[in-house]
Design a protein around this ligand. Structure first.
Ligand SMILES: *Cc1c(COP(=O)(O)O)cnc(C)c1O
Length: 375
């Protein structure tokens, strides 16, 4: 069956007694302990979360998926598969919170951490020399939205290296990292999976029984699993994910084409691989002051750091989501200070473009630079 059918109709838990046609919210910390029951304590297992995790596994084409309390909790769990003193390789140009987490956990675990340019022609040699325990990549990159060739990265990695891929931007609906050689796939459910800007959650999927067991053991020991209510909200979000994504993608492509032609826009950043096209796009205006003015001028595009919601949003990554990235990395990743990132929701396309165009027109087009759509 198609994934949209599977997401629309979650199978009830095998212990669901009521025949409820929508998955009930089991907002309970404890369950009566008897021999037949699978459930005792919600930190260890909850029927609502369990249905959600089955749906998330279907979405990622995975044997198992684990729902975490946030995207960064999911990333932290994966990073900590690396032993103390181990080596981590990370793609440049990743989510700002991922940098912060790497710095924090890296000190505590005495990890060596190095950042790599995925498009470096000598990547394979550099990786072979470094021989990391884990390679963490994000597809497409954030906020420059550079698509990555996962199969090529896998082929260039030493065989012992775990490949972890954060595909929050595209979701399992468009890209299944596990099919392209990743050992674990990570998503922030706060973004498109939840889709309504009303929950925080994270997902780790894997086909490895061993990794799943380790992650699940620690998730229970540390109490990082997703609580029942956001699990229920996320199940609801997944039911409409395919239609939300399709509609927002259509609008995003149209707005991308209009932005490329606008005189106030210097460069538009959007993934070049179709499976990594997403509902987020970035553009540079040529001046930080003009970009700030555009953020002040839009009304429908709300200034928020997140993306993937029913409502559209706008941000300046260098000053907002990537504020925690150390300056030297911001420079290596070449994130322009005037970069604007927008996330397209479900509003009417004409309304959205009207809002953005007015904001752009209001700041004028000082210079007309050559237009370019980047990688
Ligand atoms: C938001 C985000 C995260 C972190 O997720 P939270 O749910 O905010 O903890 C991780 N990776 C990417 C690509 C993100 O956009």
């Amino acid at each position: 069956m198609d994934i949209s059918t599977l997401l629309a109709q979650p199978s009830p838990s095998d212990q669901e007694p009521t025949g409820a046609s929508s998955t009930p919210l089991y907002q309970s910390a404890t369950f009566a302990v008897d021999e037949d029951s699978k459930w005792d304590y919600s930190r260890s297992g909850n029927p609502t979360r369990s249905v959600l995790e089955s749906q998330l596994a279907l979405l990622d084409g995975a044997e198992e998926a684990l729902a975490f309390s946030s995207g960064v909790a999911a990333i932290a769990a994966v990073l900590r598969l690396v032993p103390c003193g181990g080596r981590i390789a990370c793609a440049q140009d990743v989510y700002g919170g991922t940098f912060r987490l790497l710095q924090l956990l890296g000190q505590e675990h005495a990890w060596a951490i190095r950042f790599f340019d995925l498009h470096d022609p000598d990547l394979e040699r550099h990786l072979a020399e470094y021989s990391p325990d884990l390679f963490l990549a994000e597809v497409p990159s954030n906020p420059l939205l550079i698509a990555a060739d996962l199969s090529r990265i896998r082929a260039q990695l030493p065989s012992k290296t775990l490949l972890a891929v954060d595909h929050s931007m595209v979701t399992g609906l468009r890209l299944r990292p596990l099919d392209e050689g990743a050992d674990v796939a990570i998503q922030s459910a706060t973004k498109f999976l939840g889709g309504h800007g009303d929950l925080t959650g994270g997902v780790v999927s894997t086909n490895s029984e061993g990794l799943a067991a380790t992650l699940r053991f620690r998730q229970n020991a540390e109490g990082t699993a997703l609580a029942p209510f956001p699990s229920w909200l996320l199940l609801r979000g997944l039911q409409t994910l395919p239609v939300r994504l399709q509609r927002s993608l259509d609008t995003t492509r149209e707005i991308r084409d209009l932005l490329v032609q606008h005189r106030g826009v210097e460069r538009v950043f959007y993934p070049r691989r179709s499976e990594q096209e997403c509902t987020v796009l970035s553009f540079a205006t040529g001046s930080v002051a003009r970009s700030r003015a555009i953020l002040r001028n839009t009304r429908l595009f709300r200034t928020t750091v997140s993306f993937g919601s029913v409502f559209s949003s706008i941000s300046m990554p260098v000053e907002m989501s990537h504020a925690s990235v150390p300056v030297e990395y911001k420079e290596t990743c070449a994130i322009p200070a005037d970069l604007i990132r927008i996330s397209i929701g479900l509003e009417d396309r004409e309304d959205l473009w009207g809002d953005l165009r007015e904001a752009l027109d209001a700041v004028g087009d000082q210079v007309h630079l050559p237009l370019e759509v980047c990688l």
